[in-house]
Write a protein that binds this ligand. Structure first.
Ligand code: SIN
Length: 538
């Protein structure tokens, strides 16, 4: 058994921002499913929204406007206190990242501020179109150099260890986690009274996603199994503009995000005939909030039978795309497209999980000692639809607040609990899986079911069908889990079916359309339904 003062599961901006603070107070172990640069954060293009000091902000911008835009996007479901607190953390977050070595783009001695859908002002700091990668490079190099931080790549947290799991009936505390080493196949006990989930989201639950392969909802699934409350999982954000790659379809489809910042800089959505269709749906046109734009594209595609719509930037000055969005420009070149002359074919794809493990504004979950930070958590900041570029801000700010709260409640200097003995992982009689084909088949079935029945437009019928298929899949996956020696494929599939089921359960509870959840039978918001959906296993 390995003992550590702080156990951090996940290594994106949330996990590493927390680890770097916590390292001042004790030993920190960071568990990372793959290579450290493979997190969702690394893929973030747009940037990080923040209203800076008067000399650095757009004239006329205020925190109050950022609050108003966030509340408006959140469609009546944001926790207003969460929004006010986190928006006010904007400057501290930027300072923190700059001190960590992030060089946000500047123009004439001032930060260059971008704009995205739903923002009424320019307030997005960025590093060209690879902001997340630049943030990760800075945080990773600091974390790797810190003597108190141990980073374990290729390690998969199988399950949390809690007092309840060990048989306690009244006292619900986290004690650590069982962790699978990819190299050895052993499951090791990590013992800690302070555990942070920072595992990101669950885009892989859908057939088409902007997320990396690692986004299988591990944190939500683990927290759920440990008895933590989970909230608002029906609100999956579909990004309107994922590159449409006609050569790739189905489970192996690979694509990439075309940042909303491209529309912020004047890109417009058009149909195959070049008509700007977004004004049929919203007076803000191509820069309406994401839920509206994604639904509009979905409708256009269904109406016209086209495979995609187009993002047109051909009117921008020559060299603009190459200079401001080099990653996107170059990625398109690899598919034979030149954004300066060719409209970019785009479709919506699953992008961000707005719900998650229910936490307060310090990242505290309903299980003692267990915190959740970033996309895995539901703090109330995003409501029914996240405002673009608010997520990196939330992850960094909550990481800071979680550390402060943990030091107040459970400082490492104080013994929190005399832990009951933690049994070793029991592999039972299991043998390695010999029927891998069944596992891959189930992966595909979950993702296709979710895409076909639980995506941008939902109905009672579709949700019922999805729930029925997921019930069968859950049973099969249970057999794999108990019948075979655990490996990455089984563990990810187990988490995927859990999270898919939670999305469907929450979606079936909400009898209205709000933000990202659109139901054919209930096309309007219903005031009586203006509450969070909350689920708990026991
Ligand atoms: C984008 O660049 O469009 C994504 C930014 C975000 O999801 O906040």
């Amino acid at each position: 058994m390995v003992e550590t003062d702080f156990l951090v599961i996940g290594a994106g901006i949330g996990g590493l921002s927390f680890a770097l603070r916590a390292a001042a107070s004790g030993t920190v172990t960071v568990i990372c499913k793959g290579a450290i640069m493979e997190s969702n954060t690394s893929w973030a293009q747009g940037g990080i929204s923040s209203v800076l000091g008067f000399d650095q902000r757009a004239p006329g911008d205020t925190n109050e406007k950022h609050v108003a835009d966030t509340l408006d996007a959140g469609a009546g479901l944001c926790d207003e206190e969460a929004v006010r607190v986190l928006v006010a953390e904007g400057e501290a977050t930027i300072r923190d990242l700059v001190e960590s070595g992030v060089n946000f783009d500047q123009e004439g001695g001032k930060y260059s501020l971008g704009k995205e859908g739903g923002h009424t002002e320019r307030r997005i700091l960025h590093c060209k179109d690879t902001t997340g990668k630049e943030i990760m490079l800075a945080l990773v190099s600091q974390a790797q150099a810190h003597p108190n931080i141990t980073i374990l790549e290729d390690h998969f947290a199988v399950d949390l260890i809690t007092t309840t799991r060990l048989g306690a009936v009244t006292d619900d505390r986290v004690l650590g986690a069982y962790v699978l080493s990819k190299a050895s196949g052993d499951v090791i006990r990590y013992r800690s009274d302070r555990v942070v989930l920072a595992t990101g989201g669950c885009g892989k639950v859908y057939l088409y996603t902007t997320n990396p392969d690692s986004a299988t909802g591990d944190g939500v699934a683990m927290a759920w199994r440990a008895g933590a409350k989970v909230s608002n999982m029906e609100f999956t954000q579909f990004h309107p503009t994922c590159f449409y790659n006609p050569a790739a379809s189905g489970a192996e489809a690979r694509s990439f995000l075309v940042s909303e910042a491209v529309r912020g800089e004047g890109g417009v959505l058009v149909d195959a005939k070049g008509r700007e269709f977004m004004y049929d749906y919203d007076e803000r046109g191509s820069l309406a909030p994401r839920d509206i734009v994604a639904r509009a594209i979905d409708q256009e595609i269904k109406k016209t039978g086209a495979h995609c719509v187009y993002l047109d930037v051909t009117h921008k000055p020559k060299g603009f795309m190459k200079e401001r969005f080099p990653f996107i420009y170059q990625s398109l070149r690899e598919y034979g497209l030149d954004a300066e002359t060719d409209p970019i074919p785009v479709v919506p794809a699953a992008h961000y999980q707005c719900g998650g493990v229910l936490t307060d504004l310090h990242g505290k979950t309903t299980v003692r000692g267990l915190f959740a930070v970033g996309e895995v958590a539901c703090t109330g900041f995003h409501g029914a639809n996240r405002l673009a570029s608010n997520s990196l801000l939330e992850a960094n700010a909550i990481a800071r607040r979680a550390y402060e709260e943990m030091m107040r409640l459970y400082p490492p200097s104080k013994e929190v609990i005399e832990a009951p003995a933690i049994p070793e992982w029991n592999h039972g009689d299991v043998t390695p899986p010999d029927e891998l084909v069944n596992i891959y088949h189930n992966w595909d079935e979950v993702r296709r079911t979710m895409w076909d029945y639980v995506s941008i437009v939902r109905s009672e019928n579709r949700l019922r069908r999805a729930a029925c298929r997921l019930r069968n899949l859950r049973m099969e996956v249970r057999e794999f889990y108990w019948g075979y020696r655990v490996n990455y494929d089984i563990l990810e599939l187990r988490n995927l079916v859990t999270v898919a089921s939670l999305i469907i359960d929450c979606a079936q509870m909400r009898k209205e359309s709000r933000g990202l959840h659109y139901m054919l039978e209930y096309p309007d918001k219903v005031e009586l339904q203006r509450k969070d959906s909350v689920l708990r296993r026991f």
